[in-house]
Design a binder for this molecule. Sequence first.
Ligand code: ASP
Length: 340
Amino acid sequence: MKRTIYLLLSLAFTISLMAQPAKKYVLVIHGGAGTILQSSMTPEREALYKQGLQNALNAGNAVLKNGGAALDAVEAAIKILEDDSLFNAGKGAVFTNAGKNELDASIMDGKTLKAGAVAGVTNIKNPITAARAVMDKSEHVMMAGKGAEEFAAANGCTVVDPSYFFTASRWSGLLAARREDSLKALHKDSTHTLLRQPGNYDYKYGTVGAVALDIYGNLAAATSTGGMTNKRFGRIGDSPVIGAGTYADNNTCAISCTGWGEFFIRLVMAKTISDRMEFAHQSLKDAADEMIMKKLPALGGDGGLIGIDKEGNIVMSFDTDGMYRGYVKSDGETGVEIYK
Ligand code: ASP
């Protein structure tokens, strides 16, 4: 009798466990926004981009599926994109006007509001791991240049020779940008407009980002970039600036931006979306669309962002011709897109 009761109880317990809905997780990534036109893309190249995005989704999904943290998922996804020379982050980063690669990255934990960032690093293979090290192993949020490099090396980040970041396509991108700039100088116009001209997609864009919600309800965001082609050396964009290019708060959302960084900094883009949700009670989509479709172009900027709110709703908003992007959810829903 006792044995039967015990068996019945354990059966009921097992059934109740099975009946509980699995906690959901969501991962969204981007590989940069810009003048990405289907007409200037070959099917082979398109397939490579999609595969690159898929590889990053797979890496992040594996972490989340196994009960891993959002923070680890965004880092894992970004590392894959940094190692893929198609994207403007890590290997494949664009060149400064001095012909060097200067990399920026940041990461933020929505649970604790802890954050880490590096700016202008030249020899760290995966800048996102350096940003994570700043967050986890220092009392600082942002480190730049030599100090950041030394700190990253001392904390286990892989160091490479700066030549590791050289790619022929980014180099010809720099040469093209220089040509355009000297033409523009002749006509005494702003050089800035050139950086966002149609047809430049191939060498101007490709910043990478990831946002995730894990099964514990925690949000995280991360962004990594080589910046903008032909940027003045020493220039820092929005990507490593917490609140501008990256932000995560469990109470609101996780955001990663891409686009013309100066405007994202001036608009304090990522944190403003969080604030709109918290104080104006806007939905993630309304807040993101208003910032990207109205406020950003009103200042003369362009770009896009990805976001997740605490319920797992996602947004992929951009005012450019395209944005490399993808998402995967615990229910199996997934997608990879490039164009509008
Ligand atoms: N936001 C990056 C920067 O300004 C560039 C990009 O996303 O294309 O550095």
